[in-house]
Design a protein around this ligand. Structure first.
Ligand code: NAP
Length: 236
């Protein structure tokens, strides 16, 4: 796939990391649709490219399927999907976990991806590709973020299975970012402690993740793989 002129949907492209990825793809010459639960502005695209902003709650199977079809309608077809939606990233102790936190994590991370992939199988052009934004938290369960870690861990198995379901027409891969845009609760001291555990000495920039997404969207012989982009944190 050539990104210049490709048509890509970024689920969770309303803000923060998903937004940065959508803007990076637009700068690379893609037509881009972003989807979000709340209403958002479309991203600016190059002349001659299409842009769209869609609203869908991906925990709802009907809306998750429909957003893929709506993106293809808005862009005149679909070559790629970036699945960047994630549930709330809320620290909790084991005793404070509620059913709602678990539902939110599994709904936005796992359930939504299943139905987006189901619709993508019918909608993506030949050679089309899905890139999932996972999390290193899914590789080693984080005790303060158990619902999130569990959902991201389940997403890894899902990507592996979907790679075989979608082949040979379509591909799917996952990028696991380390810390890139920390939540507001992470103060300067906590951030410094995180950085001491990162061999490359800094947290990630959104552009580091966007570059990995661009690679996986265009890597025609790569499917079912996991690309860790964390400055070496998981290498320890
Ligand atoms: N930020 C980091 O440093 C980091 C590190 C590792 C992994 N990640 C992963 O990267 C992804 C993006 O991270 P982020 O920090 O930018 O997340 P975020 O600030 O929570 O933004 C998530 C985006 O996904 C949308 N979304 C969430 N649940 C949805 C649902 N059920 N239906 C539709 N849209 C939904 C949100 O829409 P609304 O705003 O309308 O709710 C928002 O646009 C997540 O999967 C996260 O786990 C992030």
């Amino acid at each position: 796939m050539d990104l210049d002129g490709a048509r890509v949907l970024v689920c969770g492209g309303g803000r923060r990391l998903g937004r940065a990825i959508a803007e990076d793809l637009a700068a690379s010459g893609c037509s881009v649709a972003v989807s979000s639960r709340s209403t958002v502005e479309p991203v600016a695209v190059r002349d001659g490219r299409s842009t769209a902003a869609l609203t869908a709650d991906l925990t709802d199977a009907t809306q998750a399927r429909a957003v893929v079809v709506d993106a293809a309608t808005a862009l005149g077809g679909l070559d790629g999907v970036v699945y960047a939606a994630g549930g709330a990233f809320t620290p909790t102790t084991l005793e404070d976990i509620t059913p709602e936190l678990v539902e939110d994590a599994l709904g936005s991370v796992v359930r939504g991806l299943i139905f987006v992939a189901q619709a993508a199988q019918q909608t993506l052009a030949d050679g089309g590709s899905i890139v999932v934004i996972g999390d290193v938290a899914g590789m080693r369960g984080w005790p303060s973020y158990l619902p999130h870690s569990a959902a991201k861990g389940a997403q890894r198995a899902l990507v592996s299975g979907l790679a075989r379901s979608l082949a040979p027409r379509h591909r799917i891969n996952v990028v696991h970012p380390g810390t890139v845009l920390p939540p507001d609760e992470v103060d300067a001291d906590a951030l410094e402690r995180i950085v001491t555990r990162i061999p490359l000495g800094r947290i990630g920039a959104p552009q580091d993740i966007a570059a990995a997404v661009r690679y996986l969207l265009t890597a025609d012989y790569v499917t079912g793989t996991e690309l860790v982009v964390d400055g070496g944190r998981m290498a320890q």
